[in-house]
Ligand binder design. Sequence first.
Ligand code: HEM
Length: 109
Amino acid sequence: MSNKTEDSKKFALKDVETHTDKKSCWLVIHDNVYDVTKFLEEHPGGEEVLLEQAGKDATEHFEDVGHSTDARTMMKDYLIGELNDEDKAHTKDQGPKKWGDENSSDNTR
Ligand code: HEM
């Protein structure tokens, strides 16, 4: 059962950096931490691009592709937590092209 992620787990970038291969592949996108190990084979963009960014902040690459709303919904399945405040890069979610602002993740302080 999935429940709300109120108590989001915090990770240091250093933790993320230890998950860099097919056995355990973590990525940071917009200061959130994703375990994409199980997603590697399913990623329409291929596992290689993910493995290349494994253990790192892949935000820029992720946004460069202009991932669809579908993709952004999918990634929630792989969310395992967020970065520690001190490791956050505070990147802005650019959203898919022409994304309505109705349910954009709110960045209220
Ligand atoms: C959990 C994170 C991710 C999810 C759920 C995801 C999902 C997807 C999906 C569903 C597509 C198909 C097109 C679309 O719907 O936009 C796609 C395409 C693609 N993704 Fe990702 N992606 C993720 C992370 C990344 C990252 C970090 C990179 C780059 C380092 C990347 C590179 C690509 C590329 C290059 C394509 C285009 C493939 C093509 O057009 O042939 N993705 N991704």
